[in-house]
Design a protein around this ligand. Sequence first.
Ligand code: COS
Length: 386
Amino acid sequence: MSYDFSENEELTLLRQSVRDFAEKEIAPRAHELDEKEEFSYELTEKMGELGLFGTVIPTEYGGQGMDYVQYVVAVEELARVDGSHAATIAAHNSLGVAPLYYYGTEEQKKKYIPSLCTGKGMWAFGLTEPEAGSDAQSSKTRAVYDAARDEWVINGSKIWITNSAAKTTEGITVQAVTGQKADGRTELSCFIVPADAPGVTRRTMHGKMMWRASNTGELYFDNVRVPNSAMLGQRGQGFKIMMETLDNGRLSIGAMGLGLAKGALEMTLKYAKERKTFGVPIAKHQAVAFKLAEMATRIEAAEGLLYKAAWLKQKGKPFQKQAAMAKLYCSEVAEYCAREGQQTFGGYGLMKEYPIERFYRDAALLRIGEGTSEIQRLVISRYLGC
Ligand code: COS
């Protein structure tokens, strides 16, 4: 198979426009928003105006019609400057809109997707529960069919759900237990739950160490009634929908890792060329120069892996193994670059006014969110036939 990851003019323009936006609009506010743990509706709407909502959705539903490589590059450019804003975009596109687009009926797509492509509305992915993280089939949230009213009644809770508790959140795709399969296993289905449905309580979670300017919610469903037509996909297809959505989502988490790593390298290189010890810029000391060389090499490898996975997805070829590898590896490279960058900054790297400190904290999420590094290794090992 031959690959072509060369950056065409269209991709270069996209990269440049997202980079300009991130540097001019997000960078000056990233520290303050992180400090205050504040989600910016203003910046989110501006990201919508730039075309970062509904990225891979066709234009007929109001989307931007990007391909997957373009989407990955857009997320990478945001993450090069700030993890929180990259997270808002990655979660909304990959986990929020994508399942509606891939599994929704024509009616559901026309009803929900257009406003989610503007930056004014967000959609969340309700999978994780207090007792169902890596073991995502062990959901306790339950939906019971009320035949008399042709409705489902949902009870349960979700936790750590990105974009779910903002005032612009329009709804959540919720995985719930709907019965038992013939072989005794749990039957899981997905439901489209409007954020303002009676019985839905949404709370913003505070006290995060990372992505502090992104919205993370805790959700409670207390006898929430949705019509039968709110089921996404078929009854019993819920887990498959969630797993396939995560396969796609891994590409954007990989992009967050790559972008963070690139941002960390750039700021470290700049600092190392300016800061002097023993009479020379510290970049002239091998101890520092070798760190920078190692960071650059790992970034190059991460980029190749991620772009290949996105390209495979775009071409409609099997990409799931490479997506898991890209998520795993880009997260590790991000953490490596943030740590070595911080080490190079010395004492300054421990101070909040230097972005490397925020990058170091943000990197930690990447090996835990959207499937831990251990889960990625499990997925990859299964592809190897283990
Ligand atoms: N795509 C489509 N179908 C998939 C799938 C995928 N990526 N992964 C699993 N399935 C299907 C299997 O084919 C199987 O189908 P059948 O019931 O028809 O046989 C079913 O789902 C169950 O699969 P399996 O037995 O492999 O599931 P496990 O319980 O062993 O779980 C892992 C598999 C661990 C991979 C899964 O639970 C997982 O990804 N966990 C991490 C969840 C996660 O990332 N959470 C973070 C969310 S933050 S947004």
